[in-house]
Design a protein around this ligand. Structure first.
Ligand SMILES: Cc1ncc(COP(=O)(O)O)c(C=O)c1O
Length: 389
């Protein structure tokens, strides 16, 4: 435990395990109670307990928001019903005519939200390989107000230099937004490198058990807090008390899960790389990954996500059918290992030409490595590969 300005600063494992408050002060409850109340009694006219209506604030959600803000080294945290709800509220900070540079390789649902909805309302987006800093620089326009990155990117595991992009956009008075879903605050804290806003699909590593949806924004700027709170309150995508509690409970084991996922991922990535039916493996933990040094300079780990190309597209349906421990399903970051086919699942909303230029083709599979025994996961993949002709 460190001390800063006379205040205790818990390490990230302690923070995750114990949350912002350590215990509930009124009753001493060690598990934050689920305040399943939509509304709260006012003590008198113009008086409030601090809680009026749960769309606006709820004690269970507040504990989660504070915990996430601390874990992300931010001052403010906002919890949403889903990751998409959080991203949508961030875009509300901008106005029609504003231009945002976006990683070309990112979750397909984010692409769909921007192109099918916000473009219709006059927002402008360009899709750039943000792991190539010169491409980001070249993409800046007079009306550019933000850079939105996923790093590592989904699914190609490209890494964007948060520090350099932050300096670039700050010179223009704009913001950098980082989707930190893949590494979680256990492995990466983008605010430390100049990011203005962090977003998460809390559905993934934070909640961690494939049992609930949630989303977050974390930041440390007074000028952003009021508009973001207003968007959360006005749009009604705030996280429910029960899902806030599930996410808080998931976060308690974040450190253990992230380590185990990463250990397994490292072994599986090496095993896949040696497999004769595999063409290429994308994992940021490989020392020959093009942005390995950058990863080491801005992250404390590599996470549990792996993408790989099989040599033949004919192997894809065979593998998906024959894995039995690893489940063919769309999501990531849970204790259970999942395999995803981005072409038809997570990235189906992205037009073919853009998808192919980002590398999402009919030979690409994505693995979210869970916390099971690594040997069992490898045996499962091995058995499935043996079914390929
Ligand atoms: C990187 C990333 N960001 C955001 C989202 C959206 O999150 P949610 O599904 O919780 O709305 C996802 C969903 O898969 C994701 O993978």
């Amino acid at each position: 435990m460190a001390e800063k300005n006379g205040k205790k600063e818990w390490g990230r494992k302690t923070l995750a395990a114990r949350g912002a408050s350590l215990f509930e002060p009124h009753t001493g409850a060690i598990s934050t109670p689920i305040y399943q109340s939509s509304t709260f009694r006012h003590p008198g006219l113009y008086e409030s307990t601090g809680f009026d209506y749960s769309r606006v604030t709820n004690p269970t959600r507040l504990e989660l928001e504070r915990t996430l803000a601390l874990l992300e080294h931010g001052r403010f945290g906002l919890a949403f019903a889903t990751g998409m709800g959080a991203i949508s509220s961030i875009i509300k900070l901008y106005k029609p005519g504003d231009h945002i540079i976006v990683s070309e390789d990112l979750y397909g649902g984010t692409y769909r939200l921007f192109t099918e909805y916000y473009e219709k309302y006059g927002f402008r987006f360009s899709w750039v390989d943000t792991s190539d800093f010169s491409a980001v620089e070249a993409g800046i326009r007079p009306e550019t107000k933000a850079i939105f990155v996923e790093t590592p990117s989904n699914p190609m595991m490209k890494v964007t230099d948060i520090r350099r992009c932050a300096e670039l956009i700050h010179q223009k008075g704009g913001d950098i937004i980082v989707d930190n879903t893949f590494l979680s605050p256990y492995f990466q804290n983008p605010l430390d490198f100049g990011a203005d806003l962090i977003t998460h699909s809390g559905t993934k590593y934070l909640a961690g058990h494939n049992d609930t949806l949630s989303g977050f924004i974390v930041h440390q700027r007074d000028d952003l807090e009021e508009p973001l709170r207003n968007a959360q309150k006005s749009e009604g995508a705030a996280l429910s008390p029960f899902d806030a509690w599930l996410t808080l409970r998931g976060i308690k084991t974040l450190a253990l899960r992230m380590r185990q996922c990463e250990d397994n991922a490292l072994r599986i990535a090496q095993w896949l790389r040696r497999h004769q039916r595999v063409d290429q493996v994308f994992f940021t933990g490989f020392e020959d990954h093009p942005q390995y040094e950058l990863s080491c300079s801005q992250s404390r780990g590599f996470g549990g996500m792996i993408s790989f190309y099989v040599k033949s597209p004919q192997d894809v349906p065979v593998l998906l059918k024959n894995v039995s421990l690893i489940l063919f399903a769309e999501s990531l970051g849970g204790v259970e290992s999942l395999i995803t086919y981005p072409l038809v699942q997570t990235h189906s909303a992205i037009p073919e030409s853009m998808r192919l230029s980002a590398g999402v083709n009919d030979r690409l599979l994505r693995l979210s490595v869970g916390i099971e025994d690594g040997d069992d996961l490898i045996a499962d993949l091995d058995a499935a590969f043996r079914q390929c002709a």
